[in-house]
Ligand binder design. Structure first.
Ligand code: FUB
Length: 308
């Protein structure tokens, strides 16, 4: 039996995927009408095929400064807790309140609560709208947060408390890493010691949304665009982008989790979450991912790997 695509019913977008407590997890944006995007659901699975919803793991009403446009959750396990980075309020300038926040929970399904009572990043830096956080912890334990909309991407280092900003080796808090073509939705994976930086291109509300990537020897680049790895398929779906990924521990099996718009839909927020295999060529480049209606077959996790 295969998972089928979409993976679960409902309008959802911007999925981030992780392995927590011996399960696969997906954390997406609730892609309802704009004014209704006020909470997150999460989904978990033992085998990639059957997914169960965990409802309202975080809601804007529980975050003092957040009221709308609760987008792009990015969770990670550290310090015996689950940290969830998210965007809220879709701020248009530095006078508006909002930006990127962090919430913390003892379990992957929450409840997530705001430990700092304010956004972690609350203003435009280098022209980057503070949305679309993506958290990445390097093998040496250094946590990084990539983020940014409006065509610009910054990376900050987090302190080990995961709730405050550190500085980079050059003393700066923010380093711009925007690659050519970047629009939003940054995503970082590390494979065989190399840093694969991926992002979304095009307008998310239109048909030509897509994902491209670069490879670098450091987590802060420089990121030279190699090419697209996810695009619309006129036979399957449009607007394919803003993705996350899974790597089954101890294997070179990779999956891309992304959103797309069904062919019969045109409303910007009518987006669904899907999964495909993501494969690497012998030279380390990523093979373009094929959109399918079938999804992927079952894959159980190997026994025991705490956190991720
Ligand atoms: O879901 C809201 C916005 O749409 C995200 O922040 C963007 O990346 C785009 O997917």
């Amino acid at each position: 039996m295969k998972s089928g695509n979409p993976l679960f019913p409902g309008w959802y977008a911007d999925p981030e995927a992780r392995i927590f407590e011996d399960r696969y997890w997906i954390y997406p944006t609730y892609s309802a009408d704009y004014e209704d995007q006020t909470f997150f659901d999460a989904f978990y699975s033992d085998d990639l095929v059957v997914w169960t919803k965990s409802e309202r793991i975080l809601a804007a009403e529980d975050i003092e400064w957040a009221s709308r446009a609760v987008w792009a959750p990015s969770p990670i396990y550290a310090n015996g807790r689950y940290y969830l980075y998210f965007a809220a309020n879709d701020i248009q300038n530095d006078e508006e309140r909002g930006g990127i926040g962090v919430a913390v929970a003892l379990r992957p399904e929450g409840p997530f609560l705001d430990p700092i009572g304010k956004p972690l990043i609350d203003r435009f830096v280098n022209g980057a709208q503070p949305i679309d956080p993506h958290v990445f912890i390097d093998d040496d334990g250094t946590p990084y947060l990539f983020y940014g909309g409006w065509g610009r991407c910054n990376v900050v280092r987090l302190n080990r408390d995961m709730t405050s900003l550190d500085t980079h080796d050059n003393g700066e808090t923010f380093i711009e890493v925007t690659p050519s073509g970047y629009v939003e939705g940054p995503c970082m994976l590390k494979r065989q010691g190399r840093y694969y930086f991926m992002w979304s291109e095009g307008g998310w509300g239109g048909p030509h949304y897509s994902v491209a990537y670069a490879v670098a020897d450091t987590p802060i680049g420089p990121f030279e665009r190699i090419g697209k790895i996810l695009s619309a398929d006129p036979e399957v779906a449009t607007g394919a982008g803003h993705h996350g990924f899974l790597n089954v521990p101890g294997t070179d099996d990779w999956y891309m989790i992304y959103h797309r718009r069904p062919l019969e839909e045109s409303a910007a927020n009518h987006r669904v979450v899907c999964i495909e295999r993501m494969e690497f060529e012998d030279d380390g480049t990523i093979r373009p991912v094929k959109l399918t209606f079938e999804g992927v077959g079952p894959q159980l996790l190997p026994p025991r790997h705490p956190g991720e």
